[in-house]
Every structure is written in C-alpha cells, then in structure tokens.
Design a protein around this ligand. Structure first.
Ligand SMILES: [Zn+2]
Ligand SMILES: [Zn+2]
Length: 98
C-alpha cells in the first residue's frame, strides 16, 4: 500500500507495512529493497516505526464505568481493557481494574 507521504530523504513514495507477526506498523521508503543474497537492504534506508495507539472504545467497563481501550499485544492479538488498568513494572502485576 503506497502512502501519500513522501520519503524525506529521496522523495519517493512511502509504503506502509504491517508486520503480521507483531501487528506493528512501519513506513518504509519504496526505493528500499531487501537483497536476499547479501542479506542487506539496498537503496534508500528511510524507515519510520508507527506506534500502535490504544484506541478508546465506545464501551464502558462493567465494573467501574471507565471507558474501555482496545489494546494490541506484541503478538498482534487485540484485547479490550479497562482504561484504569495499568501494568506495574516493579511488582509485575496489573493494578487498578482488571
Ligand atoms: Zn527514500
Ligand atoms: Zn474498570
């Protein structure tokens, strides 16, 4: 899929790519080619990672009434989560509404 945006380095159209494995999206210059023989990319090396933004849903949490957000996990799975639910890195436990 080609985007309207142009590569800031060479002016070629950007291509948007989704990594099916992770669900992450990136924009890459369409002049960028992966050379299988040398295992290196050739041409323009512009690449921009797009952050997956959690989408706020039009649904409310049945427990606390806060809006639900749609999260995409690293494995590309979609799941609904209460927006008050946060991951505490120190305790490695989820806090807030479950
Ligand atoms: Zn380029
Ligand atoms: Zn909740």
């Amino acid at each position: 899929m080609f985007m309207e945006e142009k590569c800031p380095k060479c002016g070629a159209p950007l291509a948007e790519i989704s990594e099916t494995a992770t669900g992450r999206k990136l924009q890459r210059c369409s002049k960028n080619i992966w050379n299988k023989e040398t295992r290196q990319s050739e041409g323009c090396d512009y690449v921009k990672w797009l952050a997956i933004e959690p989408k706020t849903l039009d649904e409310k949490c049945p427990k606390c009434g806060a809006p639900l957000v749609l999260n995409v996990t690293r494995l590309g799975k979609k799941m609904k989560k209460c927006s008050t639910n946060v991951w505490n890195k120190e305790t490695k436990k989820a806090e807030g509404c479950d």
